[in-house]
Design a binder for this molecule. Structure first.
Ligand code: SF4
Ligand code: SF4
Length: 80
């Protein structure tokens, strides 16, 4: 399995469910949740393989993403 070199923190409760982040992610590692957040919207969940490209953070109108790359990403990487 390829090692991720990036990761993102997602501010789930700020998400308005617009889904703009889903198609913009080059490795397609963002998928919309089945659950809803505190304000009733589905939100993106991260799968393995983020490259840290920051395109999700650039497109999100609600500033839901914080992107980490390299050692910072590895330090925060607790899930597969
Ligand atoms: S940083 Fe890039 S690869 Fe990672 S989730 Fe965002 S768009 Fe996808
Ligand atoms: S772009 Fe932002 S507001 Fe839209 S679904 Fe993605 S995280 Fe939520």
């Amino acid at each position: 399995m390829a090692k991720s070199i990036g990761t993102v923190d997602i501010l789930v409760d700020s998400c308005k469910g617009c889904e703009l982040c889903i198609p913009v992610c080059p490795p397609k590692v963002l998928v919309m949740s089945k659950a809803v957040n505190a304000i009733g919207f589905r939100y993106p969940e991260l799968r393995d393989g983020c490259t840290g490209c920051e395109l999700c953070a650039e497109i999100c109108p609600d500033y839901c993403f914080e992107v980490f790359r390299g050692r910072a990403a590895e330090a925060g990487e607790v899930s597969a």
